[in-house]
Design a protein around this ligand. Structure first.
Ligand SMILES: [Zn+2]
Length: 314
């Protein structure tokens, strides 16, 4: 029986759980990321939460998988310059947890980890070329080709959210204008609607609130949804043209309202993907739910170390 201690490190919270070999999350705990600004505090807190979750689930930890917002270096186990945890740069949670728990520890970018989990345990099962896209406060993703996680040079994680969609678009955090993320992530949707002359202030706008307003028939919110679907469709069409996948798996907070966007996305993709077999690229919602990142962290361990994880798809 393999019971993996899973660690999900994100900008607002650090979650820890125990995941069995059937992708069931047996127990979970979390703490705010702000509590672990110093690396030594983070290591202690994560190790303690791992011991506590294992005790609560009545299992022994047989391996540890970590998924983290990037940049991270999967094979050295070290953290790069994380915006929200600058003092973790160069530290190896992999080495430190391996020493304390005496088990193998794997680290992956969180979107790559979730892509691996969807490919083997979720909506991407039996698909060997899939692109996982998460749309929330930013846009990220992971690419699986021929059953293997695609890694760039130095095992770098591709940044699909920074493909340029419109050079006259809004300034992005990376310095370019009109990146996919700057046009279609949740905050971009709110910023666009808030800047329209017919918008009357009142509600605090978020992508989720706009979707609620659209469902209630608000005309401006419906335009915001139409615009969002257009830009999502453009970015997805680029990915399908480049990789000709057999599945595109959509996840993230904005995709909780996916039914609002699917028609618009499909229309743009059909216009823009005429020379590739778009009909064979299934557009699906992720199926692992709220805890996909924790389940992904566990899957990263299987992918790295377990025999069954070597090829994620049959
Ligand atoms: Zn950018």
């Amino acid at each position: 029986m393999t019971t993996i201690g899973a660690v999900d490190i994100g900008g607002t919270k650090i979650a820890v759980g125990i995941v069995d070999e059937d992708a069931r999350l047996l127990y979970r705990m979390e703490a705010p990321s702000s509590a672990v600004e110093a690396y030594a505090d983070g290591l202690r807190l994560i190790a303690d939460m791992l011991w506590d979750t294992a005790r609560a689930a009545c299992v022994a930890i047989t391996g540890i998988g970590i998924g983290s917002t990037g940049p991270v270096y999967p094979f050295t186990g070290r953290f790069g310059d994380l915006d929200f945890l600058p003092r973790w740069s160069g530290e190896s949670l992999v080495d430190d947890l391996a020493q304390e728990f005496r088990v193998l520890v794997a680290l992956e970018n969180d979107a790559d980890a979730a892509a691996l989990a969807e490919a083997s345990w979720g909506a991407g099962r039996n698909k060997s070329r899939l692109i996982y896209v998460t749309v929330g406060t930013g846009i990220g993703g992971g690419i699986i080709l021929d059953g293997e996680l695609y890694r760039g040079v130095d095992a770098a994680h591709p940044e699909i959210g920074h493909q340029v969609i419109d050079t006259s678009g809004p300034l992005c955090s990376c310095g370019f204008r009109g990146c996919w993320e700057s046009l279609a992530a949740g905050p971009a949707m709110a910023k666009w609607m808030g800047s329209q002359p017919e918008y009357s202030k009142g509600d605090e706008l978020t992508a989720i609130r706009i979707c609620e307003l659209a469902l209630a028939g608000d005309a401006l919110a419906l335009r915001a949804v139409e615009r969002e679907a257009f830009y999502l469709g453009l970015g997805l069409a680029n990915l399908v043209n480049l990789f000709t996948p057999d599945a595109v798996i959509l996840s993230g907070s904005v995709m909780k309202s996916a039914s609002l966007f699917f028609d618009g996305i499909g229309k743009v993709m059909r216009q823009g993907c005429r020379f590739v077999p778009l009909e064979k690229a299934e557009l699906k919602l992720a199926s692992l739910g709220e805890d996909a990142n924790l389940i992904g962290a566990a899957r990263a361990w299987h992918y790295r170390f377990a025999q069954d994880g070597k090829h994620v798809c049959q």
